[in-house]
Design a protein around this ligand. Structure first.
Ligand SMILES: [Zn+2]
Length: 687
């Protein structure tokens, strides 16, 4: 990588002085480079030249990388994406370990970050402290003497970040996106989704058995050994009862089914005995005109569960919620047991991640924008933002042209679509307004208590925003996160500094590579606003049908081609992809590929189109795209993701999409008879 231009280095150097880092020498070297291990845009050793690009493009483009990067024992999946995330966490660790708490005021973010991390790494103290960070809350559960208090304890657990029974959060009103309202949603399960409780296949049974073992183990080592077996079956019965009336992951994708604005009186009607309405007294939100209840049937079930289970059983459930949430932050016996179910059984991972990685992840969740501020000052050059803005605008132009030229969409719907496209807001790098952590209390007592305090800070922050105008400056991801998002209610796309690094984004690479990688990501997020879910929201982010019936039908017909294509893909010999669950993401990948390619053509105008490393710009575009999905993955993880993840697996984000794209066929001269060929009648032609 070339060095950054001198003025960038200067600006970064000033930030460096302001933050008064201790680890001067090593930091200085890193500051002059946006370096990751994936620095060469197209590296011939990442390819597998023994395979033809016409037969298996994914293997051709990433086979070499896969061979060079065998799956580590502590990962269930490891790809270039994960590699970048891991390296970014290493940078975060360097930042944190350079902060010496003795040098900072106790109210500074530096002291808070350093202290939080230090206590997280102090395993001796964690072992010695035992269950003391949760003794008080467990006693409070024990002291419950009437069922009327169950709602209060639910609130108390939520307020320190412990998920129990149901979800409660603030978000933009789907019908009036300028206002922040409260949302109630299904929840309360310990396994990742309801299918694991109710499905009868062998794998679900095996996971249920593993979960029961885990519950028993945790109760046993928490001093409840004599009751562990009985209690584990009560928990399974309790959670299964909630699971039976929970929506599937597929049902949850329907924004209409999950939009039910109910008054507090109506909510009380769903759940009268449990007295859910009291929750709004505790949160001081009892003046809310309405609340969105995602799954009314679930809350009716909650009332049945209230009556069916005894007060003693309810108390066991709440204790379980506290112990299960706390397990990853307690002593080794707890973290090992927790890893056994959530790592080994569910994902096939063989080994826990090193402790520092787990603690850095926790710092990222609890003090995300605090550490993010330091990260961007050190690693995010202003030029990157400028280059991204140019990329985004070229993508917007290209998408607009595509919409105008569609032969299946009426002029009136096109007009709405173009207005929505123009209205998409763009966030790049880091927030303009940083979250203020001055009210967050961090103490030097213990790790888990700090986690609860930071959860409480987040909960109160969330409550304080409900019933107010939506804060359009807020970010839903940390700047150091290697990811991107589209928000339907904000109609905005966001690209944190974390993803603006190789192999997604290269400051000094040719356009073909950047358009094939980050360009497709931009197009992917942009077209989420127009996928099977996003298209139901208008330019202002309101759930509002702006499609004519005929256009909607035409859209669905085209989308169905993609559903059928993915349903036919064997991810394992005995398992096919879920075309419906992954539809939105597959439409977005398709859109990203089409639009970014057009935008590249805009960028290439009057520029050289000669080959680099033997590849044309068009070929480099698709190679760069495939590279971001290069990965190794365990069979168990393939099964888990196929059931739970709305995204297709890396291999199929490449080999499932490209055969249906004409420009790809042209770039690699793919013809009928080649495995990477699909005839025009099987292209989806949405955009
Ligand atoms: Zn997506």
């Amino acid at each position: 990588m070339k060095k950054l231009k001198s003025n960038a280095a200067l600006i970064l150097f000033i930030a460096f002085v302001v933050f008064n880092y201790q680890c001067t020498t090593s930091k200085k070297t890193k500051m002059t480079k946006l370096q990751t291990s994936v620095n060469k845009p197209i590296d011939i050793t990442d390819l597998d030249l023994s395979v033809s690009p016409k037969e298996d493009f994914y293997q051709y483009a990433t086979g070499g990388w896969q061979k060079k990067n065998p799956l580590p024992d502590d990962e269930s999946r490891f790809g270039t994406f994960d590699q970048l995330a891991k390296e970014t966490n290493q940078k975060i660790k360097d930042i944190i370990t350079c902060l010496d708490p003795a040098k900072y005021d106790r109210n500074s973010i530096e002291w808070k970050i350093a202290t939080f991390y230090k206590l997280g790494m102090d395993t001796e103290k964690i072992e010695a402290d035992g269950l003391s960070p949760i003794t008080e809350i467990l006693t409070r559960i024990d002291d419950i003497s009437t069922k009327r208090d169950l709602i209060k304890i639910t609130y108390e657990l939520h307020s320190i970040g412990i998920p129990a029974l149901f979800g409660f959060y603030g978000a933009a009103d789907r019908k009036d996106s300028n206002n922040q309202i409260a949302y109630l949603s299904q929840g309360g399960l310990g396994l990742p989704n309801r299918d694991y409780y109710v499905n009868d296949d062998e794998r679900s049974k095996q996971i249920r058995d593993g979960y029961v073992d885990y519950i028993q183990k945790i109760f046993s080592i928490s001093g409840y050994e004599a009751f562990a077996e009985t209690w584990s079956s009560i928990i399974m019965k309790f959670e299964t009862s909630l699971a039976e009336k929970s929506m599937t992951n597929l049902e949850l994708r329907d924004p209409f089914a999950t939009t039910n604005r109910l008054s507090l009186q109506e909510i009380q009607g769903l759940c009268p005995d449990f007295n859910l309405i009291k929750y709004f007294d505790y949160t001081k939100l009892n003046n809310q005109q309405f609340v969105n209840v995602g799954q009314p049937e679930f809350f009716k079930r909650l009332n049945e569960v209230y009556n069916e289970f005894t007060i003693e059983e309810w108390k066991i459930y709440f204790k379980w919620k506290v112990l299960n949430y706390s397990a990853p932050y307690l002593g080794k016996e707890f973290t090992d047991a927790n890893f056994e179910i959530y790592g080994r059984v569910l994902t096939g991972t063989q080994e826990q991640q090193e402790r520092w990685r787990r603690v850095v992840n926790r710092v990222n969740s609890s003090l995300g924008e605090a550490v993010g501020q330091i990260f961007v000052r050190q690693y995010f050059p202003p030029e990157a933002k400028k280059r991204m803005e140019e990329l985004v605008e070229n993508l917007r132009i290209a998408f607009g042209e595509r919409i105008k030229n569609l032969d299946w969409m009426s002029d009136v719907t096109k007009q709405h679509a173009l207005e929505k496209l123009q209205a998409i807001r763009v966030k790049i790098g880091y927030p303009e307004v940083w979250k203020d952590y001055s009210n967050l209390i961090i103490k030097d007592d213990n790790y888990l208590s700090n986690i609860f305090r930071s959860n409480k800070f987040d909960y109160e922050f969330m409550i304080s925003k409900i019933g107010k105008p939506v804060d359009k400056t807020q970010w839903f991801m940390n700047p150091q996160t290697v990811n991107a998002y589209y928000s339907a209610s904000m109609n905005e796309i966001c690209f944190p500094a974390g993803i603006l690094q190789p192999p997604f984004f290269y400051m000094d690479a040719d356009d073909a590579v950047n358009y094939g990688a980050i360009g497709v990501v931009i197009g992917h997020e942009m077209t989420h606003g127009f996928d099977d879910k996003g298209r139901n929201y208008d330019k202002d982010g309101n759930l509002n049908n702006w499609w004519t019936d005929e256009d909607a039908e035409n859209f669905n017909l085209r989308a169905q081609v993609l559903v059928d294509r993915y349903n036919a893909i064997h991810v394992l010999p005995d398992l096919t992809a879920d075309g419906k669950l992954s539809l939105g993401e597959n439409i977005a990948d398709y859109g990203g590929l089409k639009i970014a390619y057009d935008a590249l053509q805009i960028a290439l105008k009057e520029k050289t189109t000669e080959k680099i490393d033997g590849f044309t710009p068009e070929q480099r575009f698709y190679l760069a795209y495939a590279k971001i999905w290069g990965q190794n993955i365990r069979e168990t993880e393939i099964r888990r993701r196929t059931k739970e993840d709305v995204h297709s697996l890396g291999r199929w984000r490449v080999n499932g999409q490209l055969p249906g794209i004409k420009e790809f066929q042209d770039a690699f001269d793919i013809k009928e008879g080649d495995k990477m060929y699909l005839p025009p009648e099987k292209w989806i032609n949405i955009w």
